[in-house]
Design a protein around this ligand. Structure first.
Ligand code: NAD
Length: 358
């Protein structure tokens, strides 16, 4: 029995509707298993720009820092697309990751049995199931490195820098090895060590950390090969660890082979296990406010929160089992709808999951 403070950031578009359903799920878990979840809602994204003039208000950061975990819906929308880069709603995400030092991004790509038909790969390729955990470094590399523009004889040029320090690699490597230990004990390191010096250092550190994990089978792929292997033979991967930029691309690719963007959760963790949990999809402005969005990715993000930040494995499993049971019952939101299934809205999907939590 424990008390947890959760900062909620509904954000924009479908964010508020999927967060509402997820809070109900957590409250039910709290009631059944004797925990108290106290929610504090804060602003970020487009709604924060509208209400207080900035995408990430200081008070949001303060509340998140004082909480045990953060649950985020999504930010962004057409309305704010005209704003300059540093005033865009998406800026809030980078700000939160940096301020909360969320360097480890975990994105599971799981193909649910009931949704096998949604997998774009040939049935024989996906037959053995897909359950990959992509571990992406989130606060370093090219997205945060030095950049600039200069004049050259060939005209204006622009540059970005990929740089990793040993400790940045070591901490993400430890996260990945520890995760592999709790799963199938297989870790695949993805880099570009045949070309990039930063990748050579990355791999040296991975190999060094591996000495502490003799029970984990470690192999290495270059990023270009990894992009091929993930669609050629996805069943043979367990945990994959990679840099910020490679992980950005690889995790999107992995998510696509599982069928729907509305199903996939994510966790971004810091060194203390504190985390921000959010669906991988965006704010889906095209269906916002129409009771059409799939709340499952956010509900499963809450399950990850229970598992990774609160150590409540049994409770996390209860949520995952409820989601599986609902899918097996044939209920589908529009994004995962197929012939012979029953179309439901956001609220109904939330209620069905709630009903099956035991
Ligand atoms: P998106 O993920 O919002 O939507 C892509 C497509 O998937 C849309 O057709 C949408 O209707 C559908 N979709 C997404 N989530 C769904 C769900 N839960 N249920 C059913 N259908 C769903 O991506 P986009 O259209 O490229 O971006 C829209 C906005 O979201 C942009 O402003 C973008 O910058 C922002 N965005 C935010 C995040 C985030 O908050 N983490 C991530 C990606 C994009």
């Amino acid at each position: 029995m424990a008390d947890f403070k959760i900062a909620t950031i509904p954000g924009d578009g479908i964010g508020p509707e999927i967060i509402v359903e997820t809070i109900k799920v957590l409250e039910k878990i709290g009631g059944l298993y004797g925990h108290t979840f106290a929610f504090e809602e804060v602003l970020a994204g487009g709604i924060a720009i509208d209400e207080v003039g900035v995408p990430l208000p200081d008070v949001t950061i303060e509340v998140c820092k004082k909480s045990d975990a953060v649950l985020l819906g999504a930010v962004g929308g057409w309305k704010w697309d005209v704003l300059p880069g540093d005033m865009r709603p998406e800026r809030a995400l980078l700000g939160l990751r940096g301020e909360l030092e969320l360097y480890a991004n975990l994105r599971p790509a799981v193909l649910h049995d009931a949704l096998k038909g949604a997998c774009p790969l040939r049935p024989d390729i996906a037959a053995g199931g897909i359950d990959i955990m992509i571990v992406r470094e989130l606060t370093g590399g090219m997205y945060f490195g030095d950049r600039g523009r200069k004049q050259t004889p060939l005209g204006e040029a622009a540059w970005d820098t990929e740089m990793y320090a040993v400790e940045e690699v070591r901490r993400i490597a430890i996260t990945a090895f520890e995760l592999a230990r709790k799963r199938k004990k297989h870790l695949t390191n993805v880099d570009k060590a045949n070309v990039l010096e930063s990748s050579r250092l990355w791999r040296e550190v991975i190999l060094d950390v591996a000495k502490n994990y003799p029970d984990i089978e470690l192999d290495h792929l270059y990023i270009d090969n990894a992009a091929m292997q993930i669609i050629r033979d996805p069943g043979s991967y367990d945990v994959m660890v990679t840099t910020n930029m490679f992980g950005d691309i690889l995790s999107d690719e992995a998510s696509q082979i599982t069928g729907s963007i509305g199903m996939l959760p994510s966790a971004s963790l810091n060194k203390d296990g504190f985390g921000m949990y959010e669906p991988i999809h965006g704010s889906a402005p095209d269906i916002a406010g129409q009771d059409k969005s799939n709340p499952i990715a956010t509900i499963l993000s809450a399950a990850m929160m229970l598992q990774y930040s609160f150590d409540l494995d049994k409770e996390a499993k209860a949520i995952e089992s409820a989601v599986t049971a609902v899918l097996e019952s044939g209920a589908r939101t529009g994004d995962i709808m197929s012939d012979g299934m029953r179309l439901v809205g956001t609220r109904e999907m939330g209620r069905l999951v709630l009903d099956r939590i035991k």
